[in-house]
Each structure stands twice: as structure tokens, then as C-alpha cells.
Write a protein that binds this ligand. Structure first.
Ligand SMILES: [Zn+2]
Ligand SMILES: [Zn+2]
Ligand SMILES: [Zn+2]
Ligand SMILES: [Zn+2]
Length: 289
């Protein structure tokens, strides 16, 4: 185990974030990797603020992966104030670090969210990072405008959309019915909430002799639906008894790929001069109307 041969040397170093971090890399064998570029920048991501914190904070969970199977460590990891890591079972056997002074404490290793570059400030216990990442509000979404490659969290995306892509339909108010229309030649019609800038898309796909209308929210696809919508196609003079209406949860889409979802099937003769008039209401789940 030559990898650990300079442990005692490490011990004499000041207990700064840099040396702690360095030590963890060494323990995990990262230094033996041929490429050390990632390590350099990760080490440099420590700031003086981090040094006063007893918890180790990593800028990416990728650093904590097994060097044998390359899978991320999923069990609870504990770390003493000098950065010596212990697994859960050993931590329960000893209250002190086996390498340094027996008085030192162990704490949960914490990691920054994957979406830190997109604005998430969360620093989460390592064991909870997957759960957090899967429901993180800052997970980036692709702009719904065809041919636009802009990606951002939903708030920044709303601002981007307002500046760069003029809306065909004025922003709507939540919980209120509004009239709008879709064009037979448009695959997507983009809507924007007036109060929060959130983006929604009405898709109009061709299915046999029908047009299939659905509504989606632009948001992290791993998040549960946060909105419900109602859609009503205004009656056609020929089929005035036929009411085409739909109420459903709004599926989140973050990559312009709209999965099959609840839809209204409309025959082409509902379109007048290439336009179909509809009534829509969108509400936040759990909000009082
Ligand atoms: Zn492994
Ligand atoms: Zn220790
Ligand atoms: Zn996050
Ligand atoms: Zn865009």
C-alpha cells in the first residue's frame, strides 16, 4: 500500500481545505490517474470560506467514485476533520479517527449539487445527493424554440425567451381560462405564465387523419408534474354536439422531445383558415385558485 506511505507527512501539514482535499484524492487513488487536470481545478475550487467548515465540500460527486468499478460511492461516508475517510460500519466501531488524534470528530461528507453551474447553491449530504439532483429546480432545460440551443434553469430560460423569442400569444394568468389558437402548420405553440415566466408548449402532432393536441411544461423531466391544465376545443358548426375537452396533469419536458401524453384528437375540418381556436386553463398543483 505505497499509496498511503506518506500519511505521516500529510499529518504535519496544516489542516487546510487544500490538504484535506489532497488527502482524500490520495486515499481514493485519484492521483495515480494519468490526467491530473481535473484534480487541479477541483482542488482550486476550495475557497478560504471552506477552510473554516468542518464538512468537506466537493464541487462534484464524480470525485467520489470507486477506482476499481468506477461507480460512485453510494454508502454513507464519514470524514474526520483532517480528511481521513471511514465507512459506515467502521465509523460505528470507533468514535475516533484511526490515523490522527483520537479526539477528532467524524462528519458526513457533503457535496455540491451537479447543477451548481446553473445556479443551485445546495450543499447536500453525500448520501442524499442523488435524491436532490433528481428533483433539483436548477436542472437545465433546453429552450423550446426550434433551432435555439440555449439551456438554463426555468427562471433564466423564461427571461431568455422574453428577450429573444417574441411570443405569438400574450402571457397568460394561472387559474384563469384564456382563449388562444394553434396553427395547423405549427408543431408547437409556446405559452408563458405572466407571474413567473414559466414556459408551456401546446404540441399539435399529425396522427392519421387527426391533429393531436397536448400541453407540456418546460421543466426538469425528472420532477413530478407541478401543474394541471384544461383544454377545450371550440365547437365546430358541423358537429356542434361534440365537445372536445381534456383535463390532465402537465408533463415536464426539458429536451424538446415531447412524450406521448393525454391529448385531444381533432379532425382537420376543425381548423378554419389553418387556425384552431381553443380555451385553456393552467393551474399550479396545490395552489389555491
Ligand atoms: Zn467498487
Ligand atoms: Zn483523521
Ligand atoms: Zn440542486
Ligand atoms: Zn431560445
Amino acid at each position: 500500500m505505497s499509496r498511503y506511505s506518506n500519511d505521516s507527512e500529510e499529518m504535519s501539514e496544516e489542516s487546510t481545505g487544500r490538504s484535506r482535499n489532497h488527502h482524500i484524492f490520495q486515499r481514493l487513488g485519484v492521483e495515480e490517474d494519468e490526467s491530473t487536470e481535473g484534480e487541479e481545478s477541483d482542488t482550486n475550487s476550495y475557497t478560504s470560506e471552506d477552510e473554516s467548515d468542518d464538512d468537506a465540500t466537493f464541487s462534484s460527486k464524480d470525485m467520489l467514485e470507486c477506482n476499481f468499478c468506477y461507480k460512485s460511492l453510494r454508502f454513507v461516508v464519514f470524514e474526520c476533520i483532517n480528511g481521513h475517510i471511514l465507512c459506515t460500519s467502521c465509523c460505528s466501531k470507533t468514535n475516533s479517527c484511526v490515523i490522527c488524534e483520537p479526539r477528532t470528530q467524524h462528519s458526513h461528507v457533503k457535496v455540491a449539487c451537479d447543477y451548481e453551474p446553473y445556479g443551485c447553491k445546495e450543499v447536500v449530504n453525500y448520501t442524499q445527493i442523488y435524491e436532490h439532483v433528481n428533483s433539483c429546480h436548477f436542472s437545465p432545460c433546453l429552450c423550446p424554440q426550434i433551432n435555439c440551443s440555449f439551456q438554463a434553469n426555468t427562471t433564466a430560460l423564461g427571461e431568455h425567451f422574453m428577450i429573444n423569442h417574441p411570443l405569438r400569444i400574450p402571457p397568460f394568468k394561472y387559474d384563469q381560462i384564456f382563449f388562444t389558437f394553434v396553427r395547423v402548420k405549427d408543431d408547437v405553440t409556446i405559452l408563458q405564465g405572466i407571474s413567473d415566466g414559466e414556459l408551456f408548449v401546446i404540441t399539435c402532432k399529425t396522427q392519421y387523419i387527426y391533429k393531436m393536441l397536448s400541453l407540456y411544461h418546460i421543466g426538469p423531466s425528472r420532477r413530478k408534474p407541478e401543474y394541471v391544465f384544461e383544454m377545450l376545443v371550440l365547437p365546430h358548426e358541423k358537429y356542434s354536439n361534440c365537445i372536445l375537452q381534456l383535463k390532465s396533469e402537465v408533463v415536464n419536458v426539458d429536451d424538446r422531445i415531447y412524450p406521448s401524453s393525454s391529448a385531444i384528437y381533432v379532425s382537420y375540418d376543425y381548423f378554419k383558415d389553418g387556425l384552431l381556436s381553443i380555451k385553456v386553463r393552467i393551474s399550479k398543483i396545490g395552489a389555491n385558485p
